[in-house]
Design a protein around this ligand. Sequence first.
Ligand code: ADP
Length: 684
Amino acid sequence: MSSRASGETAAPVPAPRELDIADLASESVIIFDTAGVIQYWNPASEALYGWPALAMVGRGIGHLSSRTADEDEHWRLLVQEGVWQGLVSRRTPSGAMVAADVRQYVRFNNDGTPRDVVEYGQRSSSDAAGDGADWHIPDRKMAASWEIDIGGALQKIGEIAAFRRTGAAADRALLNTLGLELVQATRIIDVNDRVMRLVGGNRGRELLVGQSVASFWPIESRTALADLIVDAVTGGTPDVTYRRQMPSDGILRDPLVTVWLPGDGGPPNRVLVAVNGTADDDRSFLYLRASEARYRKLVQFMPMALWQVDASHMGKIYAELRGQGVTDFGAYLDEHPDLIELAANTVPVTDVNRAAVEMFGAAGALDLMRPVGYLFTEMPEALRNVMIGRFNGQQNHAEPIKVRTLDGRVLDVQFSITYPKPPAELDVTVFSMVDVTERLSIAAELRQLQADFAHAARISTLGELASSIAHEVNQPLAAIVTNAETSLRWLSRGEPNVEKAKELTARIAASGRRANEIVQRIRGMAAKRSPERVALDLNEVVRESLGFVRHEVESRGIRVTADLGRDLPPAKGDRVQLQQVIVNLLVNAVQALEAASEADREILIGTGLGSDGALNVMLRDTGPGIPPDDLDRIFDGFFTTKEEGVGIGLAICQSIIAEHGGAIAASNPAAGGAAFRFSLPVSE
Ligand code: ADP
């Protein structure tokens, strides 16, 4: 305690726990320092004497006593004797006197010097006005007390006082506006616990201090409060109280508001306000406190990072804008980016949990309890989205965003926000963030692995097609050789036939180009490249894929029938990946047909547009079909029934088609054999 002389021995300060218990005592408990200055004043003292702790702590009890002169003498005796018991008479804010039976004990330090005085008291049984009924409910009787700074409101106070004198006070509307402005211009110096519980939400006291009273005072009774402040200031006498019953405001029932100037000779421009009334919530103080503690614990230890945010003043701005007819808030924000700036700089974070402190690498919660702007430095557009969600009356909003932590890391987080539901008593918006940085990097690694895998599978398919490829490249090469030889013969005649040689040379060039095309196509399949999405002619992709397996098909006497739909819209996809899918299905069909007699080897391939607007590719063979038990396993990785099989072909087909936004399925048609069908979205 500040007034105590330094250099004292043993720790004399009452333990906080001791005071916690005294807070709940039904008896008045007051602690004085040895000079008689009040150090502590419990809720029961507030109830008994009517003065809030804010008004009493730091003052001598003498000014409540009718015989001030006796008080000093009494104090001297008490410190000498160590204990005193008797009847005291003290003044309440209304000016009435209350009689109380009190017991005063001096507590001593280890070295025998007096430490402080504890007084226990209760209304004297001789006091007629006694109503003991509320003794056991300290919170109901405890005033919500405010110490406020009216320095910034002096001009408004002067204006209202002047209006009263000139009779212009009849203009209620004007007076009302002035009253609202007056309260707006006041600042909170301190409040007691009850104010915190009633209007503070989960804010810490330090976040209320310095704010305007208007931010917390119900709008219905703000002008009435202004009136009382003007009364007290124009009255000018300290400790003279002005009170008024105010309408219920959703927080307190029939609150009684008392305003006075403090008589403690402290700094100027201070006004004390005490509000008495029963909380509109019928649950008891202890019940609320327990449930709040449970709730706080729950939130505190939740593994998800949580921010509690008070965007009430933005809510008011939105309401005004709606009133002005603004409907497209996104467009409005584009024209008024300063509003986003305002939100970033003025919407305070009022509480955070441990997970948030950890996620942001903060030293403590206070580091994060400042305007929300720091959450959106990496992605200012996310704040814009948050504001639009609230404006549009959404209940929630979620999006993946990037945030920069206090120690400079950039995290990928899944961000979501729950807006207050009107008409909420407390404007509490909750932000939550889950760090998905690791999850995203695993997903990226997985995508890379899958791509590598698909690439490996393509190479292995090309390996399987080696003879086909050799055959295909051989054809133009053979043609080149033949044509070159013939051309040579024409030229080496007695009379060279230049015309013939020209014709043959043109054919050689064409064959060369053809060979080059084949090599390019195979290179495309073999190259490692990232996929691209372009508009493709699906039938062309099918024809190219057939080119890969032509030799395979011809050498085995397989008949291929292509039934390609006409005038199909372009597909959207990656050419090489789609070729890979079709070639895979064709190779499987060719392999399945080994089991069939040569006369029955047939592959049907078709394309078309489904009734659902998606493109379809259908491929059927006349092989043995897929054993029904295997039907739902063939797309699994490493499922194979072949001796030399690896079992990744269909797994890759499925992942490629899924990545394209389509679906693939296998079936055994009634006519026999196996059928595969996949769909692909149309390119817009
Ligand atoms: P692999 O060809 O290496 O076995 P796939 O994933 O391409 O790997 O095929 C998996 C399995 O699906 C094959 O082993 C086979 O049992 C079955 N399968 C695929 N295509 C056909 C088909 N056209 N007819 C019958 N069974 C097939």
